[in-house]
Structures are given as structure tokens and as C-alpha cells.
Design a protein around this ligand. Structure first.
Ligand code: ATR
Length: 301
């Protein structure tokens, strides 16, 4: 049963004078999976709300929040290229968003517009549901872009003991390491890849392997590693994950991170538990839209 059929079995919300408005701003935005996922989630939960895509130009950002206030928008997501650019216009930031100076979820509160960054917590929740524990673990992180920053901060908050961050542009890895050192003095952090690294978890946050056969890290990092996670989600098994599978190392792709960052947003807006399976099925239908690849292998089984 696909996600539309799941929700068709529920009663539809009738749009009326009390319908709440949510959405996603971005440029481009038409490829976003969020309008379908959140609309189905609202329907399944019987919440009288719609979720729409908003194609925004950067020049419109200064007026955007006033326009949303007037239009009664209650919350929205932010995607490329506005995650950092929206920050100066917000009234409040969550702890993670303040550290990262990046926001992907906004809610209208009594004190004004409040911004959150749910990517990192979404990532941690995706590990938790896959029974991957991170407290006290040694993690190798490939990449130092926006996703890496969110993930690194959440890993630090969740209590990893050691983080090795490697990036094509070393300066960006150093900057991320500095940010973490200033907030988490007990976390061991390095930006140099040792020749014989033993890591509990290897995480790829780069785009290497998304549209090519490349691997973001040398094969040697897989010699002594217990778990591989690639946040790429456009294919169930990326080149890095294929190598993990060949070595019988448990692995996970990025679809659940995508799912749980959305679930976190839904819960921030509604205060309700999100309908995980409907949202998950919606993403799987959208991402792998042709034939159903319903089962994403998580643990090398
Ligand atoms: P996101 O928000 O998805 O993290 P991003 O902020 O643009 O996107 O970060 C992309 C990451 O992928 C960066 O770590 C980038 O490395 P640089 O900081 O050196 O740009 C990495 N990346 C992208 N293309 C790469 C490539 N061909 N080889 C190695 N790393 C690459």
C-alpha cells in the first residue's frame, strides 16, 4: 500500500475557515518531498492544515516573515539556499540553531518566529531507531558542509567521545572542529585521518557518490569500523555502502535522516507524535518513485 492509499483510508480534511497553513521556502523548491509528506501526515492525524511550497527570491526575504504573519502561516521549513540567510530575520533560535547559525524549521510562537535545526536531531533519531548507539563512540565524519555541521553538533550533544572530521577543503573541517572545541571541551577532535583509524561509526555527509561512483574516503577506513552511515538517500546503496556490504559491515543510508528531520519539524509544529509510517512511505514513494524499493537495508542483513 503506498502513502496515498494509506491516507485515502482515513477521512480527508475539508479546507475551511480554520485551515492552518504551513510550507517550505526554497529556490528551487519544486523537487521538495516535504509538501506531500507533511500534507499526508496532517491528514492522517486529523489536523486541519495544508503544507505548500513557496518559491522565494533572496530579495524577498526581508519581507517574508511579515507576509507570513499576515497570511496566517504557522510554521515552515527552509531549504537551499536560505538556511543561513533566514537567521537574521528570526526572533528566537533553538540551542542547535544558535550554534549552527542555520535553520530548517520555523514556528510562529507568542514571542515571535522561532528557528530550529532538525537535521542533526533527525540524524540521531535515525540512528536510534536502527539501534545504533553513539554515546562514548569514536566517529569518523566525512565532510564539513551544512549537514556535517548539524550532525557533528548533535553527535557531540549526544555524547560521542571522539570525532575525526575530514573534508576536501581542510579549512572548513578546522572551522567545524573549532566550533565544537569551544562548546564541548571534553570531546576529542581531530581533522587529520590517521593511517590506521579504528572507528565505531563512519559517516559520509559529502555529496560524493550521489551522482557518481566515487567514494568519499579511502577503503582503509573500512578495515576497522563497525558501522557505516551515508546520508545520501537518492539510492538505497551508495558506492560507500556497497563497500561496507562487501565487507559485511552493517550500514544505513540517508532516507531515515530525511524522514526524522521532517518528523521533528511536524512535532515542533503540532506538539503531537508524528505518523512515522505514513511519512516514511511517502518519502520512499517520492524518492524511489518508480518501483517500490520498500525495504531499505539498514544493518547489512
Ligand atoms: P550540505 O548542506 O548537503 O552539507 P554543503 O554544505 O554544500 O551541502 O556541503 C557539501 C560537502 O560535500 C562539503 O563537505 C564538500 O566539501 P568542500 O567543503 O571541500 O566543498 C563535500 N564535497 C562536495 N563535492 C565533493 C567532492 N567532489 N569531493 C570531496 N568532497 C566534496
Amino acid at each position: 500500500m503506498n502513502s496515498d492509499e494509506r491516507v485515502n483510508k482515513q477521512s480527508y480534511i475539508t479546507i475551511n475557515g480554520e485551515t492552518a497553513l504551513y510550507g517550505v521556502i526554497g529556490n528551487p523548491v519544486k523537487h521538495s518531498f516535504s509538501p506531500k509528506m507533511h500534507s499526508l501526515a496532517f491528514q492522517e492525524c486529523g489536523i486541519n492544515a495544508v503544507y505548500l511550497p513557496f518559491l522565494i527570491q533572496e530579495i524577498q526575504l526581508p519581507q517574508l516573515l511579515d507576509a507570513f504573519t499576515v497570511s496566517g502561516v504557522q510554521g515552515f521549513n527552509i531549504t537551499i539556499p536560505f538556511k543561513e540567510k533566514i537567521v537574521p530575520y528570526l526572533d528566537l533560535l533553538s540551542e542547535e540553531a544558535a550554534m549552527l547559525q542555520s535553520v530548517n524549521t520555523v514556528i510562529q510562537t507568542a514571542e515571535g518566529w522561532k528557528g530550529y535545526s532538525t537535521d542533526g536531531n533527525g540524524f540521531i533519531r535515525s540512528l536510534t531507531v536502527a539501534d545504533i548507539s553513539i554515546k562514548g563512540k569514536r566517529v569518523l565524519l566525512a565532510g564539513a558542509g551544512g549537514a556535517a555541521r548539524a550532525i557533528a553538533v548533535s553527535l557531540a550533544l549526544a555524547g560521542v567521545s571522539e570525532l575525526v572530521i575530514v573534508n576536501r577543503t581542510p579549512k572548513k573541517a578546522d572551522n567545524l572542529a573549532e566550533l565544537l572545541r569551544s562548546t564541548f571541551p571534553n570531546l576529542r577532535i581531530s581533522t587529520i585521518l590517521p593511517t590506521d583509524l579504528r572507528s565505531d561509526i563512519v559517516i559520509n555527509t559529502t555529496s560524493v557518490g550521489m551522482h557518481d561512483n566515487g567514494c568519499p574516503l579511502p577503503d582503509t577506513v573500512l578495515n576497522h569500523c563497525r558501522q557505516v552511515v551515508d546520508i545520501i538517500y537518492n539510492q538505497p546503496v551508495t558506492p560507500l555502502l556497497k563497500k561496507a556490504a562487501e565487507r559485511s559491515i552493517p550500514y544505513m543510508n540517508g532516507i531515515d535522516m530525511l524522514l526524522y528531520q521532517g518528523i521533528e519539524a511536524f512535532e515542533i509544529w503540532t506538539g503531537q507524535k508524528a505518523p512515522v509510517e505514513t511519512m516514511r512511505q511517502s518519502l520512499i514513494d517520492s524518492v524511489y518513485s518508480s518501483t517500490a524499493i520498500g525495504h531499505i537495508q539498514k544493518k547489512g542483513s
